[in-house]
Design a protein around this ligand. Structure first.
Ligand SMILES: Nc1ncnc2c1ncn2[C@@H]1O[C@H](COP(=O)(O)OP(=O)(O)OP(=O)(O)O)[C@@H](O)[C@H]1O
Ligand SMILES: [Mg+2]
Length: 452
């Protein structure tokens, strides 16, 4: 049944229209950038070699990906990996050297200035890391500014601006100047400004990087709420893994101008494409990332509401289990029965399985993260039942699985502590022998010799 379920979600996803499609995109900075793309040898050379031979910096190398309508898509990678260049190329704030960018199926690379202007006004909105607000204009004017440029009459633009000011929680601040606002509030103005034009696609380049962690988490929550409400397509840049894992429907990991992995946070965590990604994700806490879908199992037996108690008891005994979930037609979960409950029912000469149901049942959705299941299993004797929106049974999560995930996490933390401790100790030894790290040869630190 779980397979059927997953199958149907995949079909739904595939049905969803592609909103932004980037195909074989290159961005090369420097003199005569096209030579790099066109020369078959240079194209495949390393970034360093290209710089040496041509003076050109490769910003993006043959990047392809799709963003579906309504998707929260995250570009993530270390500094200099090409995230900003890519998001800027999507609306041609940077000019692609080669390749195409299709927005709603239309390649915008050949667009002239008029068409490009129209696209930016009507279809896309952009939020930058450093807010980019007009310092001498009020919050209201900042938010309404894009509409003014588009020639929307004053009353209408203030009315629309007001709607988004309230949506981002800035009611009461309309007439203040940006300088009177905290960083988080200024970024809310940035988001409201981008939303006021009612763009289909919102591009955000590290919008929360300048904020302290608590405010940052709050802003992430708010953006996710806004996304759920407004159903925009989001292209979001971050170099923060925790942020990416939290907000992304899917994420692309970039290195040296290339995308090296695309997948859901869960896919990236459980199946990193190479050691670079693995290094990136090894700090992520599994209980915060793994969802019920990925840790659930199929129970050895499942009972059906139309089965009689004696048959059910026989099935449980044959399978050597004490309890089982009971489903009605179409797989709708009814509850749990135990051997004990069945025996009691049979003694009472009961005939309906429903009368033996134990109401003490914990359920969760397939997207619930393991961390949130902990209090449930602590309070319940049974595994947690995973159900879909229609209460259909998808699988079960055992208490032992949850504990194992937590232990794995703890062990990893302890290993890290031990590693840290041994490094510190090694430093003390160095001091004792009078040989500090700085004294030793620089190659000795990273070479094989350093390990012995
Ligand atoms: N205008 C430019 N001229 C020359 N090289 C550039 C220019 N803009 C970006 N680059 C280069 O392109 C590469 C990608 O830069 P980009 O700013 O896109 O990285 P990023 O992933 O956004 O990094 P960060 O996290 O620091 O913002 C880098 O090597 C950078 O030096
Ligand atoms: Mg950047």
């Amino acid at each position: 049944m779980a397979e059927e379920e997953q199958g149907s979600t995949q079909i739904l996803d595939a049905d969803r229209e592609v909103c932004v499609e980037v195909r074989n995109l290159w961005k090369v900075f420097g003199p005569n950038p096209r030579q790099v793309v066109e020369d078959p040898e240079l194209r495949n050379a390393s970034k360093d070699r290209i710089l040496q031979d041509t003076g050109c910096v490769v910003g993006l190398r043959d990047v392809s990906f799709e963003v579906r309508r309504g998707e929260f898509f995250v570009l993530m990678g270390l500094s200099g990996s090409g995230k900003s260049t890519l998001i800027r190329c999507v609306i041609r704030l940077a000019e692609p050297t080669a390749g195409s960018v299709l927005i709603n199926g239309d390649d915008i690379v050949p667009y002239d200035d008029d068409k490009l202007g129209e696209l930016r006004r009507s279809t896309t909105g952009m939020v930058f890391q450093h807010f980019g607000l007009l310092p001498h204009r009020s919050v209201l004017d900042n938010v309404a500014y894009g509409l003014k440029v588009r020639g929307v009459p004053e009353a209408e633009r203030y009315e629309r601006a007001q709607v988004y000011i309230e949506k981002v929680g800035l009611k009461g601040w309309e007439h203040h100047l940006p300088a009177a606002l905290s960083g988080g509030m200024q970024q809310r103005v940035g988001i409201a400004r981008a939303l006021t034009g009612d763009p289909e696609i919102l591009l955000l380049d590290e919008p929360f990087s300048g904020l302290d962690p608590l405010i940052r988490r709050q802003m992430q929550d708010e953006l996710m709420d806004l996304q759920a409400e407004l159903q925009k397509t989001l292209l979001f840049v971050t170099h923060d893994l925790t942020e990416a894992l939290k907000v992304a429907d899917r994420m692309a990991i970039m290195r040296d101008g290339e995308i090296i992995q695309i997948g859901s946070p869960e896919e990236v965590i459980t199946n990193p494409s190479d050691s670079y990604v693995r290094q990136f994700v090894q700090d992520a806490s599994p209980t915060k990332v793994l969802t019920a879908r990925s840790v659930m199992e199929q129970p050895p037996v499942l009972l059906y509401s139309w089965q009689g108690p004696k048959a059910a008891l026989q099935i449980l005994r044959d399978a050597n289990v004490d309890s089982a979930f009971v489903v009605a037609r179409k797989g709708r979960l009814l509850g749990m029965v135990t051997v004990e409950g069945l025996v009691r029912l049979i003694r009472r000469r009961g005939t309906r399985l429903r009368d033996a149901l134990d109401p003490d049942l914990a359920t969760c959705s397939a997207d619930a993260v393991v961390e949130d299941l902990v209090p449930m299993v602590a309070a319940s004797r049974y595994p947690v039942a995973v159900v879909d929106e229609d209460e259909r049974f998808l699988g079960e999560v055992y208490v032992s699985t949850i504990i194992a995930t937590m232990i794995r996490e703890q062990e990893e933390e302890e290993e890290e502590e031990e590693e840290k401790a041994s490094v510190e100790q090694a430093e003390v030894v160095d001091e004792d022998t009078g040989v500090t790290r700085e004294d030793s040869s620089p190659t000795g630190d990273s070479g094989e010799g350093a390990k012995s």
